[in-house]
Design a binder for this molecule. Structure first.
Ligand code: BES
Ligand code: ZN
Length: 617
């Protein structure tokens, strides 16, 4: 395969490939530092190799050895989000096919962007500190010097020493624990990940964690305050795993556990192998937000088994995962429900395209990420444009069963490897070799390399959306004199999914008049709803209608939890109303120090406190 370059990595993966990592961590909650040792087993791909380059960011490197011999090393200048290349000069030359073990002693920075160190006050239990990592997309290099590119896959083994009242978990299978021989107040937890995976899937959590069994291969982990609620919320996990296996083939990772993090976790979910990380904002009490779990389960095939070769091909991870997620929802809740969710996704794509601008190249399905931080370019475009393409192809090729046949064979062909969009497309044309005439009519260039909305809008069944559309239209058309006609009974027949859709439809239009949102609160009492997806959209609607009374509620939601999907638009909406702007900035500044490092950096840019780079935002 032709070597592909990764604009986000300095590592020399055309010359050598990491096969295995052996990691040792001492977790220091006083200094907010991981004292680390790593042994990388590296396979050499070319003759006369004597220099290799790894990715690092904000690491202190103390010592490097190759096959036990001390090696010279130099850290290059820091290149913003990419960090500093670590150039290692071997004391010998290697030839193609040989392996070398590179040992590195190092320490992380308290500012490591992969890590959030929480004080006891920031936890539910209030007694113990807490640490979690989030490596995707390019933060693993702040935890481990490595080839931090999704084009390289390796296994790993890890030993983590933590204070004995805490539990450590990683994105791997547990492999026992013992008292730390150097310090009886500490315990060492061991982990093994025998399935090759990219560096961005390395994950670590340390906290006062408990667990409950929720299925034959699943436990849910969290602080004890959330654990029973989480066990109920995610009780469909095994049913989803089975549905996914029927669709995509065997689950190869052994265990599938879930971890519910503290509220500052920046994503809805993260597909760390063997241990999905999830935000507590999914704990709605009625399992209604479990599609996020279906999504993370799906990544066990698309993303973790078949991986995007670089972040420019991120849609291969997320588009296929949304496709599988919705196929799982179809298996559990029916085709109409899948179509309802698909239509909602198209609307979200529309919102993102409008926000970025329809000419912004970051709305390309396959963007150019030269000098673009993937965190800055993150949006629902790779998810929903990717899904829309697959859903469009599904219709062209003969429906969900037929198209799943392709998705399954794509997974089989590329399992354990990393792929580009072109390789995906070749696979598609090969699978549907009898239908290439239809495939040749697809406007590939428009779908993949052109900004804005896709060239074709797929068809959706509107059965479940009709009630949402009708009620939203009634509000959009209502004059002040009509407001008395609304009552609590309007929303009685709507499911929480439909309430989300109803609010999303209103948000897609020009802001409602203040009189309308005030009346909506009188009749629907949305201020007291705790379902995070409903509350988030409701508070945006109120702020956009310039309702001053909603500003403290919006800023409270933006800061009490830190899921970026909620926190960023809430801050942005408050900031975008001139008379509320100062309040948004003041609240952000008060919370910044205790926010997740990535969330803090992105909100700072959204609120124009720091310059944004190259995003056109
Ligand atoms: N892998 C992503 C989260 C992610 C993406 C983290 C890019 C860092 C960089 C995860 O699978 C995801 O997509 N989560 C979504 C779930 C949703 C689409 C159902 C989320 O966080 O909301
Ligand atoms: Zn995902």
């Amino acid at each position: 395969m032709a070597p592909v370059s990764d604009p986000c990595s300095f590592s020399s993966f055309s010359k050598c490939l990491t096969k295995h990592l052996n990691l040792t961590y001492q977790v220091d909650f006083d200094s907010h530092v991981l004292k680390g040792k790593v042994a990388l087993t590296v396979e050499v791909l070319e003759d006369k190799l004597s220099v290799l380059t790894l990715d690092t960011k904000d690491l202190k490197i103390f010592k490097v050895a190759a096959n036990g011999q001390t090696a010279k090393f130099a850290l290059g200048a820091k290149h913003g989000y990419k960090g500093s290349p670590l150039e290692i000069t071997l004391p010998f030359e290697l030839s193609r096919g040989q392996h070398v073990i590179v040992d590195i002693e190092y320490e992380t920075s308290p500012q490591a962007s992969a890590l959030q160190w929480l004080s006891p006050a920031q936890t539910a239990g209030k007694k113990h500190p807490y640490l979690f990592s989030q490596c995707q997309a390019t933060h693993c290099r702040t935890m481990v010097p490595c080839q931090d590119t999704p084009s390289v896959k390796h296994t790993y083994y890890a030993q983590v020493s933590v204070p004995r009242e805490l539990v450590a978990l990683m994105s791997a299978v547990q492999d026992g624990q013992e008292q730390d021989p150097n310090d009886s107040s500490r315990v060492i937890y061991r982990f093994r990940q025998p399935v090759p995976m990219p560096s961005y899937l390395i994950a670590l959590v340390v906290g006062a964690l408990e667990s409950r069994v929720i299925g034959p291969r699943s436990r849910v982990w969290s602080e004890k305050e959330y654990v029973d609620k989480a066990a109920f919320e995610f009780s469909e996990t095994e049913a989803m795993l089975r549905a996914a296996e029927t669709l995509a083939g065997p689950y190869v990772w052994g265990q599938y556990d879930l971890l519910v993090l503290p509220p500052s976790f920046p994503y809805g979910g993260m597909e760390n192998p063997c241990l999905t990380f999830a935000t507590p904002t999914l704990l709605a009490g009625d399992q209604s937000l479990s599609n996020v779990i279906a999504h993370e389960i799906s990544h066990s095939w698309t993303g973790n088994l078949v991986t995007n070769k670089t972040w420019e091909h991120f849609w291969l991870n997320e588009g296929h995962t949304v496709y599988l997620e919705r196929m799982i929802c179809r298996a559990l809740d029916g085709e109409q429900f899948r179509q309802f969710k698909a239509m909602g996704g198209w609307k979200e794509l529309h919102e993102s395209v409008e926000r970025f601008g329809a000419n912004n190249v970051l709305t390309n399905l396959v963007p150019n990420l030269q000098d673009v931080d993937p965190d800055d370019s993150f949006s629902c475009v790779p998810y929903e444009k990717g899904f829309a393409l697959l859903y469009y192809l599904e219709e062209l090729m003969g429906g969900p069963e037929v198209f799943m046949g392709f998705v399954k064979s794509y997974i089989q062909l590329f399992a354990y490897s990393s792929v580009t969009t072109e390789e995906w497309k070749d696979c598609l044309f090969t699978y549907f070799k009898d239908k290439v005439d239809i495939l040749n009519k697809v406007d590939w260039n428009a779908w993949m390399y052109t900004p804005g909305m896709p060239p074709v809008k797929p068809q959706y069944d509107t059965t479940l959306a009709d009630a949402c559309i009708a009620l939203s239209q009634k509000w959009l058309k209502a004059k002040d004199a009509d407001l008395a006609g609304f009552s609590e009974a309007d929303i009685k027949p709507l499911s929480s999914h439909q309430l989300i859709e109803f609010l999303a439809l209103l948000l897609a239009e020009d802001p409602l008049p203040l009189s309308h949102v005030k009346r909506m609160q009188e009749v629907y009492h949305f201020n007291s709803v705790t379902n995070s997806e409903i509350r988030y959209r409701w508070l945006r609607l109120c702020v956009q209608a310039h309702w001053e009374g909603a500003v403290p509620l919006a800023l409270e939601m933006a800061t009490k939890q830190g899921r970026m999907k909620f926190t960023r638009p809430l801050f942005r909406d408050v900031f975008n109303v001139a008379e509320f702007r100062d309040e948004a900035v003041k609240t952000f500044k008060e919370h910044r120090a205790t926010m997740h490092p990535v969330t803090a950096a992105l909100v700072a840019r959204d609120l124009k406190i720091e310059e944004s780079q190259n995003t056109g935002l």
